[in-house]
Design a protein around this ligand. Structure first.
Ligand SMILES: Cc1cc2nc3c(=O)[nH]c(=O)nc-3n(C[C@H](O)[C@H](O)[C@H](O)COP(=O)(O)O)c2cc1C
Length: 136
């Protein structure tokens, strides 16, 4: 099964999860600045909330790489949201991309809030989530 990891981060929180997934599934974690060079069965895509939405760079990545995305599996961090599923479902539908219903989401540090998150436990849980997603 071909797998890839892409993420968008502003302060490094989502990169921590991407690196944890990379360690668990054995493919490099790259930013959304790196297009997919071949079709993958599963794309793990990481992003966070900024002003109640995901960044335009994430939306553009899906649009520009849709032909190479088999199934999209989301992971992300935020200060107070539960999931990036809702805004990303719109993006997936717009581009005809299959989106896994279950995603991984945890707190990410934001100013004085949630210092140290994602922490080692978040990263472990995210890695376990990714391994299970490969089995589905
Ligand atoms: C400009 C800005 C806007 C944000 N807006 C939200 C928001 O609307 N909802 C939320 O839960 N977190 C919000 N956050 C917190 C980020 O989602 C959180 O810090 C996240 O972990 C950042 O991930 P990153 O370091 O990978 O960019 C915001 C952070 C910034 C810098």
């Amino acid at each position: 099964m071909k797998t890839a990891i892409r993420y968008y981060t502003r302060s490094g929180n989502t990169k921590k999860l991407a690196d944890a997934i990379s360690g668990a599934v054995g493919v490099p974690a790259l930013t959304v600045a790196e297009p997919l060079t071949e079709r993958v069965d599963i794309l793990f895509l990481g992003c966070s909330y900024y002003a109640f939405d995901v960044d335009e760079a994430v939306k553009a990545f899906v649009s520009q790489n849709k032909a190479n995305i088999g199934r999209l599996v989301l992971f992300g961090t935020s200060a107070m949201m539960k999931s990036v599923y809702k805004p990303m479902k719109k993006v997936a539908d717009l581009n005809g991309v299959e989106l896994e219903k279950e995603d991984f989401h945890c707190r990410g540090s934001f100013g004085p809030a949630h210092k140290g998150r994602p922490n080692a436990d978040d990263c472990k849980k995210c890695a376990e989530f990714a391994v299970k997603a490969l089995e589905r």
